[in-house]
Design a protein around this ligand. Structure first.
Ligand code: 5GP
Length: 189
């Protein structure tokens, strides 16, 4: 069992609707050791793929992208869910359905932060139905950039997102893949 899997078993809480609460080490309180390890793992997995930029979506992806950026020595960009007055007007945008909130929201990335020459690694905390990743993927495509692959902290393989992305030929590497979560416990692939 790796470090992330061990933390999930030790501290994860299973909520109704197939949601895993990991606030005590990933989504609210961030465990530096887990974060550092995740950054290093994503580097180990994608270091030979010519990545030039890391892309995630706020808020939970930001910490993961930031630690990975340190390992890669690359910039990390996060798609915004809110449009502020300080945001560039020249943006890529798309609609995403939120898994945990069950509503649609718009994500935006300034065109100046993804270039056609970029080789992009997408990172996120969870992969459930794949809506967040599909939204980020469509921004990479709009930018004319190349998608190298996706790095996910926790993939729930009993939900369809991983199969959806892989069916599009996208490389998905997940650090912990949960195949089953019941009151009896959590089973990994
Ligand atoms: P998807 O777009 O793949 O359906 O869902 C991914 C997004 O929903 C992630 O960015 C994450 O924020 C949230 N999410 C999905 N499943 C879970 C879960 O089991 N626990 C938590 N905490 N967030 C989740």
């Amino acid at each position: 069992m790796n470090l992330l899997q061990a933390k999930i078993v030790e501290k994860g809480q299973i909520l109704p609707g197939g949601i895993l609460k990991v606030d005590s080490f990933l989504n609210h309180c961030m465990d530096w050791e887990v974060y550092k390890w995740m950054g290093e793992e994503f580097y180990r997995l994608f270091k030979d793929d010519g990545v030039t930029r890391i892309l995630t979506v706020e808020a939970s992806g930001i910490g993961i992208a930031a630690v990975a950026a340190q390992s890669f020595h690359l910039p990390a960009v996060f798609a915004r869910k809110t449009e502020g007055k300080n945001m560039d007007s020249d943006i890529f945008s798309t609609q995403v359905r939120s898994y945990t909130r069950d509503r649609e929201y718009k994500i935006t990335v300034s065109k100046s932060h993804i270039l056609p020459s970029d080789r992009v690694l997408l990172l996120d905390d969870f992969l459930a139905n794949g809506q967040a990743l599909m939204g980020l993927y469509s921004i990479v495509q709009d930018a004319g950039a190349t998608l190298v692959g996706c790095g996910i902290a926790i993939e729930k393989s009993f939900q369809p997102g991983g199969a959806l992305m892989r069916s599009k030929g996208v490389r998905v590497e997940s650090l912990a893949v949960i195949k089953e979560m019941t009151e009896n416990g959590i089973a990994f692939e």
